[in-house]
Design a protein around this ligand. Sequence first.
Ligand code: ADP
Ligand code: MG
Length: 221
Amino acid sequence: MDAHVFRAWIVSAAGVIEANRDHLTQLDAAIGDADHGINLARGFTAVLGALEAEGAKVATPGAILTVTGNTLISKVGGASGPLYGMAFRRAGKALGNAADVDLPALSAALDAALAGVQQLGAAREGDKTMVDALQAALQGFRQAVAARASQDDALSVLAEAASAAAIATIPMQALKGRASYLGSRSVGHQDPGATSAALICGALRDAARTMPLTVAGRAVR
Ligand code: ADP
Ligand code: MG
């Protein structure tokens, strides 16, 4: 996967966040402060602007994710901006200057992203946060990559595991973030951050599907 795929991922993520802005905000209205969709839509709009402004200077997958992370950190208030910003920055750093990213490298970069989120937010699986979706997604993705699944199959596992994990937050009680202030009243509602994480994972699968498949820089599809 080259820089085109990663740029397409961010464009697709921005689109799906914008399309689900009100839904994410409604989920946050139930157990938070009704700003999650607004926060992320504003952030990803700023990311698109930053990528546009930097143009050809942002030429590698790692640079694209680093600009994305930096912009989310500087433009998004609330818990999710620094957490997603950290995730994209760590993933970008892990990819380094590589022009092409294979599945094991992507898997390692996404693991670094999750480690960054947990370092910053200290949430564990079961705390009813974006970590639930990310952890399930990465576990499935790691296994699929180890089993030498195709790129599309591995990214489908990533997206589907994240969606299932987001739905599985409904019966949980929140133990981190603003929703934890509600105690047992947070039970019965889907976590907004787990939901946006699933959308962002789905955007990666969709972006990779629409771009030509390259191996060592040569198109094979
Ligand atoms: P805020 O709660 O500051 O208004 P947002 O509404 O943008 O921020 O984001 C809320 C989401 O952030 C939650 O649904 C949850 O998934 C995620 N979140 C909050 N705190 C943490 C944390 N400590 N670790 C991981 N994710 C968290
Ligand atoms: Mg909020």
